[in-house]
Design a protein around this ligand. Structure first.
Ligand code: C2E
Ligand code: CA
Ligand code: CA
Length: 700
């Protein structure tokens, strides 16, 4: 990203400085009264406009929430839920809702939609009508939103031929059980904003001249009315009352006279002064904008966000939005496309957050500041706008977003709010990305626990307390032991910790290299005594990324005196993603010594044929998930195809997680030449494994 360019410091000449000081003094003297008055006038106008703005916002909110509450009261109703599930649903809906719409003050329209969004019942003023004709797709959109706005109804404005309606929708559901959302009907109420209704709002909220308009007029004050997709469909407008202007008009004549006298005397000087001061001011303004805004998007930057936060009178909720897959776009298409994408995302975010602040924190990270009550709706809206693909230079690009947000609870300040939103984002990203999540105190507790565990793991590795267990790998026909896989085990005072927990932890915290070396050293040490079989050791993708990896492995092989031709390293397809070039170099270096490589967990992800071939794997380990599926004919087909593929590439296949004879049989028939799993033997310590081998030899 280009660095922001700052203007050069302004060097004023002495003469200009003198003039500036003189003129400034005169202007201050002569204009003091004028400024005071105009300031008062402006403030009075501004205060009144702000009050009217607030009143308008409150009017819209209370109008929407009243209808929302009414629809929710009716939708959360055991009897209604049961009736909707029965064939008599339509008749019941008419009796209870449709008929009522004839003369009920709170709504004019009552609609019931089926779970598949078909129309079950629709009445306007007590008369059946076709809601799709009047409300169109907006109605369906709103109904669909109502799942996201739980536990409140979703509301929005929808324009129709007759005029603007405020519409609210909620799922018809029992009071205290939560059935599957996809089985629920939706109840929709709508009320037309007639001139009468607008008139009532005008008096209740004291906004003189309030009216509806299709677009905002410049000299009038206005507030957008949002449709189901979050975009303005109409506006409330009202003229400013300008109380300050009225007051100003009284004293205005005197001020003009005084100003004119002074203006004549100092006009020349003023001109020079103003010009210099003007330039100064422009530079300062530019500087200020640069300092608080992001060059690429024009959004606020971190500083701008902090300023916006401090300026807010009411506490704000904060969200951090992080793009999913941005780095890949940048890598694949270059920085120009990446920059355009960031600009596109900025525009979408502004669209999703019309009120409130949108900022870019840097890279592909953005922040949003909104009213706490709006936060979850805003987050849902952001996810929706990000679903649409971007078209940049004729390329169609899809990126997702992960959102973490935090509410201003227990008076936490800006930095704490930021930390919490960040924590929530981290959690969202760990749990599959692409959604929004709020900060919860548990997250802090988890983090603390994890750091505790990380400390203990570091000590355990240093003390050699992480040890290998050994699981036999046998021929699928002969059932002779062909090899053994070393699996890491860590026993703490509180009991064993699963490798599914401590391996990812070691990867995240940079301990994996040391853990990998410890495992390799111990596994090779133990395996010296098992002649004739190979030893398989797991290697994490992040280990292979390390340029020192091959060197480290070779050092341990020499140190232990183990025959490298009996060593197999198991890597998962993660290695094909993270720095494949470095991985390939390491693999080539190790292969020269006769070390073999197995692709682990094949079938659990997306590893491609191309990759299998390109990396030159010697063996493929079919993931347990494929073996479990074997009972199903489709599963068997997938397995057969997988093995045939490996066969075509000249790669032999081990099946993992074999638990039954039946599976072993099917795997043998499909062409897997080695088996691993509880059927053959569980992972065991060195002594147990020795006994296992002895026992095999005795019974053979
Ligand atoms: P993996 O490499 O796929 O290892 C096989 C896992 O399946 C082991 O789990 C093993 O105990 C389990 N297993 C074997 N046979 C059966 C069976 O018949 N049924 C079932 N249900 N499970 C079976 P474990 O030991 O919990 O290891 C989990 C994962 O942790 C390993 O998956 C591997 O990815 C990782 N791991 C373990 N040790 C190391 C290590 O030293 N280094 C690295 N980088 N990763 C390791
Ligand atoms: Ca493995
Ligand atoms: Ca595996």
């Amino acid at each position: 990203m280009p660095l922001p360019k700052f203007p050069k410091p302004i060097l004023l000449t002495k003469a200009a400085l003198g003039t500036l000081a003189f003129v400034s003094a005169l202007v201050i003297l002569s204009g003091l009264v004028t400024i005071a008055f105009s300031e008062m006038r402006r403030d009075a106008n501004w205060i009144d406009d702000a009050r009217a703005g607030q009143a308008a916002r409150a009017a819209i909110k209370s109008f929407q929430s009243r209808l929302g509450a009414t629809v929710r009261d009716n939708a959360i109703w055991d009897d209604a839920y049961l009736r909707m599930q029965s064939p008599a649903g339509a008749a019941w809906a008419y009796e209870n809702w449709g008929k009522v719409s004839a003369d009920y003050p709170l709504y004019d329209v009552a609609i019931v939609l089926t779970p598949t969004l078909g129309v079950l019942s629709a009445y306007k003023k007590g008369i059946a009508f076709d809601p799709m004709k009047d409300f169109g797709a907006g109605l369906l959109r709103l109904a669909a939103n109502s799942a996201a706005t739980e536990p409140a109804a979703s509301t929005a404005f929808i324009p129709t031929q007759e005029g603007l309606y405020v519409v609210a929708a909620d799922r018809i559901q029992p009071y205290d059980s939560r059935p599957e959302v996809s089985t629920l009907h939706t109840l929709v109420y709508a009320k037309l904003l007639t001139p009468d209704v607008v008139g009532q709002l005008e008096t209740t909220f004291d906004i003189t001249g309030l009216r509806l308009a299709p677009a905002p007029l410049q000299e009038e004050l206005s507030m957008p009315l949002l449709g189901p997709d979050g975009r303005a469909v109409a506006y409330f407008e009202w003229p400013s009352r300008l109380p300050g202007d009225q007051a100003f008009a009284h004293v205005h004549g005197y001020l003009i006279a005084a100003a004119m006298v002074l203006a004549c005397i100092f006009a020349g000087l003023l001109r020079v002064g103003i010009r210099t001061a003007g330039r100064h001011k422009n530079d300062a303004e530019r500087f200020r904008l640069r300092a608080s805004h992001d060059d690429l998007t024009g959004l606020a930057n971190r500083t701008g966000l902090a300023e916006a936060f401090d300026k807010r009178q009411l506490p704000a909720a904060l969200a951090i939005v992080d793009l999913d897959g941005f780095k890949e776009v940048n890598d694949a298409w270059g920085h120009d496309v990446g920059d355009s994408l960031i600009q596109g995302v900025a525009a979408r975010l502004r669209e999703a957050v019309p009120e409130g602040t949108v900022a870019r924190l840097g890279g592909d990270e953005f922040a949003l500041l909104t009213d706490p009550g709006e936060m979850s709706t805003v987050a849902a809206r952001v996810l929706t706008v990000m679903e649409r693909e971007f078209v940049i230079d004729g390329r169609t690009i899809e990126v997702g977003a992960s959102i973490g947000f935090a509410y201003p609870e227990d008076g936490c300040d800006r930095l704490e709010l930021m930390r919490r939103a960040d924590m929530a984002l981290y959690h969202v990203k760990e749990n599959g990305r692409g959604h929004a999540g709020s900060y919860l105190p548990e997250l802090d507790r988890d983090r603390a626990m994890r750091t505790g565990l990380e400390d203990r793991l570091r000590k355990a590795i240093a003390a050699g307390e992480v040890q290998p267990f050994f699981q036999p790998l046998v021929g699928s026909k002969s059932r002779e032991i062909k090899g053994v896989e070393a699996l890491a085990r860590w026993r703490t005072e509180a009991g064993p910790v699963s490798p599914e927990v401590f391996i990812p932890l070691a990867e995240r915290s940079g301990l994996i290299d040391d853990l990998g070396k410890l495992m390799l050293r111990q596994a090779l040490g133990a395996a010296m005594q098992w002649n004739g079989i190979y030893v398989s050791v797991n290697v994490s993708p992040s280990q292979l990324k390390n340029p020192r990896f091959a060197e480290d492995v070779i050092a341990i092989v020499y140190e232990t005196g183990f025959d490298p031709r009996r060593l197999m390293l198991e890597v998962t397809e993660g290695v094909l993603i993270a720095n494949p070039e470095q991985a390939k170099r390491s693999m080539e270096a190790l292969r020269k010594l006769g070390i073999k490589f197995a692709l682990d967990d094949f079938g659990s992800g997306y590893a491609s044929i191309g990759a299998l071939r390109e990396f030159g794997f010697d063996r493929m380990k079919v993931d347990r998930s494929l073996v479990v599926e074997l009972d199903d004919p489709k599963g068997l087909k997938i397995l057969n195809a997988t093995v045939a593929l490996a066969d075509a590439l000249g790669i032999s296949v081990t099946a993992e997680g074999v638990e039954t004879e039946k599976q072993a049989e099917a795997l043998f028939c499909a062409g897997c030449d080695q088996l691993q799993g509880y059927l053959v033997g569980r992972p065991m310590d060195v002594l147990q494994f020795n006994a296992f081998v002895a026992n095999r030899l005795a019974t053979a």
